[in-house]
Design a protein around this ligand. Structure first.
Ligand code: COA
Length: 297
């Protein structure tokens, strides 16, 4: 029999603060609550990549010492705040911690330069708690996302010959402005990805026409975002990534956002579905702050 997690009441006294190196232990304890396959990132990588935009929620009243009851990790991509993780300690759920953390993100996003005008995230459609929290923060469904596992053998054995005019090459900073709009990427998304350790940014080009773009993390290994102009180009882009993959890896994780036909083409070729999520967003980030008056610093 599973016993319910005992609730620790703290009467709504939640503060939210910026994370520091000492908070790695909080991250390490709470990251598994997301139930994702990714291994918990090691301390150095967390400190470099995630800590600067991680906030810690603390609870505790009066003389009681504050204790960490949650963390939120987000990225600011120009005028959009992308919430990547939100976790509340199991014993502290449904007491406003999630709302306090999301409100704190919204406050920081509005205060950033340039100020964020919208925010977004991905959520599992059957995650009742998360859906309730995000809906409460004013977000609505925007599109569906499929995370796929593609065996490299599917790429290696493909018969299709690449069109000789299509060139696969690294996307340089000078390319960003002409790659992002047709590939439906956020303005600044490529620059933000380029700043992350070890990422490979690869594009497919036919002269001036952009046919594909992806960001590959060989250590995960995963390709996200992953965009192609036509479903048949998905394997062409993966083929271009192949030399950057660790030879010991047998598969690559690929996240397909709002391109169901691309996902279908990869599944038909031998990929399997790892996870379906819903992308939620809102252009009323400022309203979220006004609607949820909770303490944050
Ligand atoms: C999702 C999660 C962060 C919510 O955190 P929380 O601290 O419990 O959220 P809050 O207490 O601030 O609740 C926010 C709103 O969601 C509602 N809510 C929260 N959990 C709920 C549940 N299980 N069922 C229904 N509604 C729920 C609350 O009632 C509240 O709505 P209200 O203001 O209208 O009353 C938490 O459940 C969690 O950590 N889950 C595991 C990790 C995870 O899945 N994260 C999300 C990944 S996308």
């Amino acid at each position: 029999m599973t016993l319910p997690t005992p609730r620790a009441r703290f009467d709504g006294l939640v503060t939210v603060r910026a994370a520091g190196p000492e908070d790695y232990a909080v991250f390490e304890r709470l990251f598994p609550e997301l139930a994702v396959e990714e291994k918990t990132p090691e301390r150095g990588r967390w400190e470099r990549e995630r800590m600067p935009t991680t906030l810690i929620a603390e609870a505790g009243a009066g003389a009681e010492p504050a204790r960490a009851v949650g963390y939120v990790y987000f990225q600011i991509i120009r005028d959009t705040a992308y919430v990547r993780h939100v976790v509340t300690s199991p014993e502290a759920r449904q007491q406003g911690v999630g709302k306090a953390m999301m409100t704190a993100v919204a406050e920081r996003a509005i205060a950033s330069v340039p100020p964020c005008t919208s925010w977004c995230l991905n959520v599992r459609p059957h995650d009742v708690a998360a859906m309730a929290l995000y809906t409460r923060m004013g977000m609505t469904r925007a599109f569906e996302t499929r995370a796929l596992r593609v065996p490299w053998s599917v790429v290696d054995s493909r018969q299709t010959l690449q069109d000789a005019r299509i060139l696969a090459r690294v996307i340089s900073p000078e390319d960003d402005a002409r790659v992002e709009p047709p590939m439906n990427l956020l303005h600044g998304q490529l620059a933000a990805s380029r700043r992350l350790e070890g990422r490979v940014l690869l594009g497919l080009f036919d002269d001036e026409v952009v046919l594909g773009a992806t960001v590959f993390d060989p250590t995960f290994p995963g390709a996200y975002p992953f965009r192609v102009a036509r479903p048949d180009l998905a394997l062409v882009l993966l083929d271009a990534l192949r030399p950057y993959a660790n030879p010991a890896d047998t598969l690559v994780n690929v996240v397909i956002e709002d391109q169901p036909k691309v996902a279908d083409a990869l599944i038909a070729a031998g990929a399997t579905v790892k996870l379906d999520t819903v992308h939620m967003s809102s252009r009323t980030i400022a309203t979220a702050v006004r609607a949820a008056p909770l303490t944050s610093r």
